[in-house]
Structure formats: C-alpha cells, structure tokens
Write a protein of this length. Sequence first.
Length: 379
Amino acid sequence: MNTPVCYQINLQEDFGGGEVYTRFLTVALAELGWDSVLFVNRRAGFWSCLAPAGARLEPVSDYAEIERRLEGARPLVLTHTVPPPQDAARIAERASLCGMLHMPLYDRLPQGLPHYHLLFGVSQHVIASARSRGLTNLHAEPLYGVADLAPRAVGASGAIRETSCYDWDRRKFRDLLLGAIAPLAQLLHRPREYRREPGLALGIVSRITPIKQFPVMFEVLSKIVARHPRVRLEVFGSGGFASVRDFKRALAPIRGQVRFWGQQSDVAAIYPQLDYVLSGLPEKEALGLNLIEAQLCDTPVLAVNAPPFTETVAHGQTGYLFDDPRSDAGASFDALLARIVGGATRPRPSLASAHLEKFSRAAFSGRLRRVLAAALAVR
C-alpha cells in the first residue's frame, strides 16, 4: 500500500508562529504515517534549518510552479498561506484543497478562501471569525497546537545572547540603508548575555508585529509598570522598523526597566528564566503559541480575558487573565500586578494536567487524524 502524501504550502518570507506550526504539524503527519512535500518560498532561507527530517522541501517562486509539481489524482493540498483567488480556483479543480487558518478573519478575508474544499481553524476564536465572514467550508473542531520547543536554528546552544530587534525589509530603501549600517554599529557594541536581574521578570516572547498591538497595549501598561520599579520587562523577539520604533515609544516611561534581546533560536532556554510571560492584545491573535510554550515549560502567563486566550489559559492555574486595558485604563492589570508583586501565589502550570493535555502531542495527533479524515471525505 502506497504511503499517503500531503502537499503543504507555506510561502511566507518571514519566520513566525505559522512556520513553527507548519513544522510540528509536519512531524505529526509523519507520526500518523503520511509523507510531506513542503512548498516554501525561495527567499525564505530559514527552512533549511527549520524543516523536520523526512519532509521533502520544495522551494518555489509562485503557485503556478506548485501546480506543475503536484502529482497523482486529486492530491491532498494543505495550505498555511492563502493563494490568490485565481490560483486557489485552479488548484481546487485538480486537488483536494484544504487550508489552515492561522489568523482571525474579523478585519480581513483573503479572496482565495471560498474556493477551498475545507478550512481548519487553530482555535474557536478563528473559526467564529470565519463564520462571521460568511464562510461555511469549515471543520468544526479547532486544531489548536503543541509546544514545539526544539531549537529553530543549527547550533543553538541554550545561551541567550542579545541580537538585533529589527527585521530589515530589503524591499524598502530605509530598511536597506539601515540594514547595511546595523552590522557596523554592532561591531562597536558587544552583545550582552542574558542574566536575571533582581525583581519580577515579565517576559514577552514574540515577534514584534502589528498583530500583537504592543504599542497600543503599553501606552496604558507602561504607566502601571512604572509604579513598580522592581518589575523588569524582558523582550525576546524582533520586528519591522516601524513596529519596534512604536513599541519603544510606548515603553518610554519604563525605559530603564526594559531590555530587548532580539529573536532567539532556543525558546526552551528562555521560559524558565521568567516569572511570567505576557501576551499582546487578543482580537488579532489566533492562538498564542508562545503562551502554550510557556505553560508547558511550567512558566505561568498573563493575558487579556478574551478569546483566544480564554481557550489557552486556565485562570488561576496556568496564569492570570485580566481585563482589556483599553476598556478600564489598565485597572485590572494594575490590581493583578500589585497582587503579584505583593507575594500572591505563583501558579504552577505543570499541576494543571487536564488543561495541558489539550496541547499535548497525543491530543494534537488525534485532532489531526480527524482533520485528515474530513479532508479525504471531500476529495
């Protein structure tokens, strides 16, 4: 009997949560007896380190090239990035076209999605957003995710050393110029190695992107954190020039309490160094893989009391939920931070076994098995 093949498509140029998701989904496919062919963007060099062993990596330039490489009658195609509508329509004519929804759709609707045979959301929050936009080609059960803590680069040593917090967009003249100057500036600046400082360590372990809305969030929270000088904010992640600039402006009231460490390739080394991991704002988030990772490392989390975080955080057991600071000027976060600084019991996520089981590899494999059965049924 021939081994079934899943053709995955992820044409993102930049590394983020969707690419981590693609990796652990590929691993789960192999464990379920599937081969994977992974079509990736030629300009995305990180896949040579990120792709799991056994996956067939196929760098491509466009969707037409993907169509030419599909083999067999009605192959199963699973996308992580959405093709333009004309490409989606052509692929759907000759393949079973299914897709992962890695983002909520309340303020966006890629026009290729109506051509799909079936769509899989990573959370109920994402599924609800897709329904609100009139999509009906949805699998009802969210796939959620797992904590993939394997190193994301060759040679990751477990040491946390400062790197640039900027992702330079080589298509923009400003970024091209600044990106050329940055290495020269780094020659004059010796990268720091992370050492915990006294006080409470709040961590952000995330890409610094508009989706997270960190500038909006910290326009409020900076004033609150400033009242607690022993609270430290440790930022592990990078982003575009404007995103980082706006975030730093919002952090101005607590500049002396913040350290930026840039993107790190070994996140498993980071979480145990932190007292709590803090999320961004919720509505543009799909899942919050960083919160799942932290909880599986026994580090509690702080998040806004709204989907999708209400799906991934067990309040009082794996962390604390607080009211959206835009709605109460940060009063709920202020009260929570005062309790934490005052010695409130720190949750132990490892004790919340029933909650964490939802994000285990076994549970994910079970959901993926049902997803594959649904995909095969529409071929």
